[in-house]
Design a binder for this molecule. Structure first.
Ligand code: NAP
Length: 442
């Protein structure tokens, strides 16, 4: 891989890059099928990604006609890598073997190891024979929607495709590695004013938040909407906060520490709830919902901004869902993409139907939505929310920190990039965007 890195660093031509020899194996963060039952019966928080994520050489797979080999300069930790590493709610090896049943090319994915990672920035090394829009040497980021374009169900909104998958989670050969295999219809131009690691942290969370809030497939936020954002400095919440501020909405941001609240104030957020200080107990000691606590949250929101939320940006799941469904305005929308604290959720349907509320399920983003979200990053209108950068060898530690909510925003991971700060080709835009690039940096 050193020869590939040297060529990229020296600005080699597309032809030179296309002629570089590819290695037989490459360094990758992966989990092992042989270890998928290692924690049966262990509570989630005791399952340690530092034990299950290994970094080592894996063989280079063949390239299908609609794919590219990507030299991965940087990647990021997403919560889905935490899920894979603790084998919850299910082991991802099941997804790999289901994928393998679809075609002879798909069979490559069913291996005793799973190379994880659903974000990447890097350089295209080779393109398959059916790839039209990309060529060796292109500097790209990757969105993680893995779509079979021969499936008719993929041709209205590709997130509705019957066999839609998330690259690096439900497929093999993901981005936490020096090399990745990526479908050509997952590529997007790398924002020129960003470093490799800044460019790598956005696509998954930024696109998810774009669909949830901006897209007509989500809550389709309009100017003046009050939006309650749980985990407002977390991966998806930090992009959601930017979308509400940019779109003329009124964010009411929930976080769990004064430091996180300060990040939000620096971003221009006025209405902030520290849920640790507020000490909400949405369940009583018997695990039964306590409506008086839902009402207390609602009152806190009204005290801050004078109204109930038009939209709730929901993802913690079990611990907050009942409250979210209660506090959203009559006719308002709860949009949800996750259930970090538990996926069996309860709410009081009387408040839901009598107040004509809406619940929208949302999952990642289609190519168009991901492209639009990337375009806003390219234009310097939405910014990366990277707080820390780890080396690929430290992937387990980085995932551990996300698992235990010890981070803010996104954690970047250096793959081939030998150090931070490389890859910027538009320093003018970078200077114009200025400190906003560092709002989350520790
Ligand atoms: P993250 O970086 O860990 O942020 C989550 C935030 O949620 C934390 O910063 C925390 O903020 C808050 N939180 C955690 N537990 C909570 C609880 N019990 N009650 C209230 N707030 C809580 O994770 P992320 O990347 O934003 O992802 C969040 C969830 O969305 C994960 O489950 C992930 O798998 C899912 N996700 C789904 C999709 C999709 O396409 N469906 C895409 C991206 C992410 P405070 O402690 O500051 O309140």
């Amino acid at each position: 891989m050193q020869e590939i890195l040297d060529a990229i660093q020296s600005g080699a031509s597309a032809d030179d890059i296309a002629n570089l020899p590819l290695p037989d194996s490459y360094r990758a963060a992966h989990v092992l099928k042989a270890e998928q039952d290692m924690w049966k019966g262990t509570p989630s928080k005791e399952k340690d990604p530092r034990q299950s994520i290994h970094v080592g050489e894996v063989p280079t797979p063949e390239l299908a006609p609609d794919e590219v080999y990507l030299a991965v300069m940087a990647s990021s930790i997403n919560f889905n890598t935490v899920w894979t590493s603790i084998f919850e709610p299910i082991s991802t090896f099941g997804a790999l073997s289901r994928l393998a049943r679809e075609s002879s090319w798909a069979q490559r994915h069913d291996l005793p190891y799973h190379v994880v990672g659903s974000d990447a920035s890097g350089v295209v090394l080779r393109v398959g024979s059916a790839v039209r829009n990309w060529k060796p040497g292109d500097r790209v980021t990757v969105h993680c929607n893995h779509v079979d374009d021969q499936d008719p169900t993929a041709h209205n909104d590709s997130m509705m495709a019957a066999n839609q998958r998330i690259w690096g989670y439900e497929t093999n050969f993901g981005g936490l590695a020096d090399l990745a295999v990526v479908k050509a219809n997952s590529l997007m131009p790398k924002p020129e004013h960003l470093t490799w690691e800044e460019a790598a942290v956005n696509a998954l969370c930024n696109s998810t938040s774009y669909r949830m809030l901006v897209s007509k497939n989500g809550a389709a936020m309009k100017q003046g909407d009050v939006v309650l954002i749980w985990g407002a400095t977390g991966g998806i919440g930090a992009y959601a906060t930017q979308y509400v501020l940019n779109g003329g909405g009124i964010p009411v941001c929930v976080v769990s520490s004064p430091d996180k609240a300060q990040i939000l104030r620096n971003m221009g957020v006025e209405h902030i709830i520290d849920r640790a200080a507020a000490d909400y107990h949405f369940f009583d000691e018997n695990g039964v919902h306590d409506e008086t606590e839902w009402r207390r949250l609602g009152k806190d929101i009204r005290n801050l901004c004078g109204e109930d939320p038009d939209i709730v940006f929901e993802h913690p799941g079990r611990s907050t869902f009942g409250a979210s469904m209660y506090v959203v305005k009559r006719g308002g929308t709860v949009v949800t993409c996750a259930a970090t604290s538990g996926f069996m959720m309860e709410f009081d349907n009387r408040h839901f139907w009598m107040r004509l509320k809406r619940l929208v399920g949302s999952h990642f983003a289609n190519y168009k939505e991901a492209w639009e979200a990337n375009r806003l990053i390219q234009k310097g209108m939405i910014h990366p929310v990277m707080s820390q950068v780890f080396a690929l060898e430290q992937t387990g530690e980085a995932a551990y920190q996300v698992h235990h909510n010890m981070h803010e925003g996104k954690i970047g991971v250096l793959c081939l990039a030998p150090e931070e700060g490389l890859g910027v080709t538009n320093p003018e835009l970078r200077a114009k965007v200025g400190d906003k690039l560092h709002a989350f940096r520790r």
